[in-house]
Design a protein around this ligand. Structure first.
Ligand code: CAA
Length: 240
């Protein structure tokens, strides 16, 4: 039986690597994306992975599109909540909209996708949810009260939902990536990045594939006894 996996933000960056890793592991992958239409078309043509466009911060859109995907491809057994945005700025310069939009998309997206899929996973007695948090949700980051709060929220959300899924064979875990070589990190000013790099003991940015391997493992049968955990993949930047 081929299991269906949805990866949000799954056509670019870390999400693209996750989509490919799950496809290589035998899942029928469907990728969600929000904005980059041309990139999504190129991704689908290259990989054969269907890409659906919707905003994960929109509750109704998550329900509607997950129902549509399930009707087309089969029940959804795996969800990787990877979609996320940043609106960095110190508190004095951060608008309410900058705060709200990051919470709505990064944290609200996890709730919306779980509402759309968790019940089905429980009723079938098998499921995997992997939420992409962040080292900055674990340790905080200057200029990111919105993002750090959302990502920290994801880690709490993961531990709470894991308790609800455990007796139904549904595991819920998080990965906390450090600074990965993606467009999001490339947007950080070079002078700031130079300082951050000095705090990464491994001495380099991570690669998207290094996050994807962790996700693929957490989605495997071998990971059935792992739930409510956070796997930190950050080059040693933060250890606890
Ligand atoms: N700790 C203490 N002080 C700091 C600091 C830090 N980490 N970073 C900057 N400052 C200080 C600066 O030295 C400066 O002080 P002075 O005015 O006395 O010189 C002051 O804060 C203002 O700094 P900026 O010039 O950078 O201020 P800005 O308003 O132009 O920009 C900012 C602020 C947008 C937050 C910018 O610093 C920035 O982009 N920082 C990077 C934030 C970051 O790491 N984002 C991660 C994005 S990637 C991601 O989020 C993925 C993931 O999961 C890891």
């Amino acid at each position: 039986m081929t299991r269906v996996a949805i990866v949000t933000g799954g056509t670019r960056g870390i999400g693209e690597a996750i989509s490919l890793a799950l496809q290589a592991q035998g899942f029928l992958v469907v990728a969600n994306y929000a904005g980059h239409v041309e990139k999504a078309r190129e991704f689908s043509a290259r990989t054969g992975i269907a890409a659906y466009r919707w905003d994960v911060g929109d509750h109704e859109a998550c329900i509607h599109n997950c129902n549509d995907i399930a009707a087309t491809f089969g029940p959804i057994d795996v969800v990787v909540n990877n979609a996320g945005i940043t609106r960095d700025g110190v508190l004095d310069k951060m608008s309410f909209d900058d705060w709200n939009e990051v919470i709505r998309v990064d944290l609200g997206g996890c709730f919306n996708m779980a509402k759309a899929t968790f019940g089905g996973m429980k009723s079938r007695g098998w499921g995997r949810i992997v939420n992409i948090g962040s080292v900055n949700g674990q340790m905080g980051q200057y200029g990111q009260v919105n993002y750090a709060a959302a990502k920290s929220g994801i880690h709490g959300f993961t531990k709470a939902l894991a308790q609800e899924g455990a007796k139904f064979g549904v595991t819920v875990n998080a990965i906390a990536p450090g600074y990965i070589d993606t467009d999001m990190v490339a947007a950080v000013p070079q002078s700031v990045m130079d300082k951050i790099l000095t705090r990464i003991p491994v001495g380099r940015l991570g690669q998207s594939a290094e996050i994807a391997r962790g996700v693929a493992f957490l989605c495997s049968e071998d990971a059935a006894f792992i739930t409510g955990s956070t796997m930190s993949i950050n080059g040693g930047q933060h250890m606890y």
